[in-house]
Design a protein. Sequence first.
Length: 210
Amino acid sequence: MARSVVTSDARAMLGAMTFVDPFFSAVLSSAIIAVLLVVLVLSLANVRKPTTAVMAVAGVLVAAAVTIVIVLPPAATPLLGIPLTVLGFAAATIGGNPFTRRALDIATGKRVRETEDGGILIIAAHDADPAHARTLMRGGTVIGYLERICTVVAIAVGFPEAIAAIIAVKGIGRFPELAESEARERFIIGTLASLLWSGAIGTVIRLALI
């Protein structure tokens, strides 16, 4: 008899824990949407010239969104799930650009000159003519966008193992250029920063919709 009572109480507690009030869930989902919207706006404003202060604020907001979905999963309704997903993908893809570039600037101390397409210029000697510089890591900007899109998709659909394949493909494509120390440094820091940003937002989308 006592065992039956305990079992009933445990089931009741489990039911209370798993039950999420629809109104409360909608409020949480709306809050996450608002956070992602602010992150997207801040990121768009910093695409041209990223600043540490703005991207730090955006990073804190992303971390707050991750905390919310882990502690209080909102179970977003389809009506709110659509804008949440769209904003999440946009914030992850676009926001990862200034976040990654700012991380690279901080790590390298602006020792490396960046090209318009996200590549870098390598000069053989300090007194060498910049006109004879070699360009490495071409197309880094576009590759970064594609990398973040694939990462968010992998996490959102519940297949994070695909991230390993993304890194492998990127590594194989960049392998000939990684002989240069500047290229290796940029590859490692840029990849980690990009995956951190997109992985965090992908987690928000995944946990908010399941």
